[in-house]
Structure formats: C-alpha cells, structure tokens
Ligand binder design. Structure first.
Ligand SMILES: [Zn+2]
Length: 276
C-alpha cells in the first residue's frame, strides 16, 4: 500500500518537527548517524538536515571517518596513500550528511587519522579534546557522561558507533590498524571489529523513541542505555556482536574470545573463580 502513496520532498520544517517529536531540544547532545537517501527526497539535500539538527539540539557530533589513510590492517598492507588532515573528505560509506556538515558548517574536527569526529555546539572543544589514538571514541564517551543520545536518521544499529565504545569498555577492541598522518608518519591504534551483527542489539534497545520523517525511520536512545546493553550482551554472549563472514576481521576477534574465555569474561565483569 505504502508504495502506491506519493511522497513529496521532505522540507526543513518537517525535519525540525520530527526532531521535536523525539523530545530533542537545546538541552540535547546527540551523536548522529544518517542516510540522506533514506528520507526520500529532501529539499536542499544534506544541508537542510544539518541545519535542522543545529537549530534543534545543543551539541552535535558526527563521525567523519577516513579509511583511505589506513596503511596496515591485521597482518597485511593496505592501499592507503592519503595522510590525514582536517580537510580530508569523509569516506563515502559514512554518508553525505557528515561530509556536508564538515565542508559547509565549519565544525571542530578531531585529528584521529581514521576515526575522526566533527563536533559543534555546547562543549564542542571539550568533547573534541578527549580523543586520543588509544581512545578513539573519547568524544562519544564524554557526551554519554553528559546524558547524550544516539540519533539514527534512516539507519539502524549497524551504524551506531556507541556500540563500538561499549565493546571497547568491555575490553573487546583488540584489533590494530596503522594509518598515515599529514606529516607522513605512520601510527598504530586499536580498531573495532565490524558492525554487521549490531542489529542483534535492536531487541535490547527496543525502547528507543521513534518517529517517521519522510520515508526515514528516525530513532533516539540514550547513549548510557546503548553502552549498558552492549556490555550486558557481551557478558552473556561474548561473540554475539561478531559477524559470520569468513573473510571478516570479526573472525580474528572470535578466535581471540574463544582462546581467552576467562579473560574475556573478567573484562566483561564476570565473577572470578576465587569469588565464586
Ligand atoms: Zn564482521
């Protein structure tokens, strides 16, 4: 039935109204993951969505990840040739909305060579300052401490970086990547497994507030809930968030988890043998 309906282009006011229906306001800090095409047509394109976000919330973070700087993945050379600099475009798979935010709205950008974020609004410099190579999700962690929310615009939990933070807090970010800085120097840092299986958290996070904006399903959920659900699931099922693709880096993590069940359990907060 829905396919027979005519969808006109979504405008600025509809996006703003949708965000307000989710309960977002100037007091809100959000990390946004978005698909522009999920809305159907948007008048003014990505710029309209970014402007609606900036006019609604107090603090806005988006991923501005750049994969072309990667020179080394687990055990093999990668094709990365670019050195990271603040003007490097956001990788295509992250979406058009973060790239337009970066290019046209002059947000702060953190300087992680692969996992940089763009940040604007209240406390932006404080949030940007807490990222390091070892804690790539530092800005997300800080926003979570301040009551931040994850806002998914037309995407699902497979795009939700806060779940990767939950994995790291559970001691589960064990892969290493190397990437090139603007100076040409190559640095190494922890890197997450893939997010293809993150849909498994949808049930735990079913309490997320949801609205429809154009064709897009839009949902908001407290980052603290995402972090708690991730750590709880990993404590019960240590491999639950790893995909099954044989060629995926998730299988390296799976082997690590299966070799070290006790260590993995301890990291996830399981009681020690002595205490049991
Ligand atoms: Zn995977």
């Amino acid at each position: 039935m829905e396919s027979m309906l005519f969808f006109r282009a979504v405008g600025y006011r509809e996006v703003v109204a949708g965000l307000a229906r989710l309960g977002l306001s100037r007091r809100s800090g959000v990390v946004v993951h978005a698909s522009l095409s999920a809305f159907g047509q948007v008048q003014g394109g990505a710029r309209t969505v970014v402007q609606a976000l900036l006019d609604t919330v107090g603090t806005l973070i988006m991923p501005a990840f750049t994969y072309e700087t990667i020179t080394w993945t687990e055990g093999r050379r990668a094709s990365g040739t670019a050195g990271f600099h603040s003007g490097l475009p956001v990788s295509r798979e992250i979406g058009r909305i973060p790239e337009v935010f970066r290019r046209e709205f002059a947000p702060l950008r953190t300087s992680h060579p692969v996992l940089s974020f763009v940040v604007a609004g209240t406390g932006a410099s404080e949030l940007a300052a807490v990222q390091s190579l070892e804690r790539p999700y530092g800005p997300i962690e800080k926003l979570a401490e301040h009551g931040g929310e994850v806002l998914l615009l037309g995407v699902d939990h497979r795009s939700n970086s806060t779940i990767h933070l939950g994995e790291q807090l559970a001691g589960r970010m064990i892969l290493v990547r190397s990437a090139r800085l603007a100076s040409g120097q190559v640095v190494s840092f922890p890197f997450p497994n893939c997010s293809a299986a993150f849909g498994r958290l949808a049930w735990e996070l079913r309490g997320a507030r949801r609205v429809k904006v154009g064709r897009a399903q839009v949902q908001a959920v407290a980052m603290s809930q995402v972090l708690a659900a991730t750590q709880h699931l990993l404590a019960l099922h240590p491999t639950a968030l790893l995909c099954r693709s044989p060629s995926c880096r998730c299988q390296t993590v799976r082997r690590w988890v299966q070799r070290r069940p006790l260590a993995a359990g301890l990291a996830a907060g399981a009681p020690s043998e002595k205490g049991a």
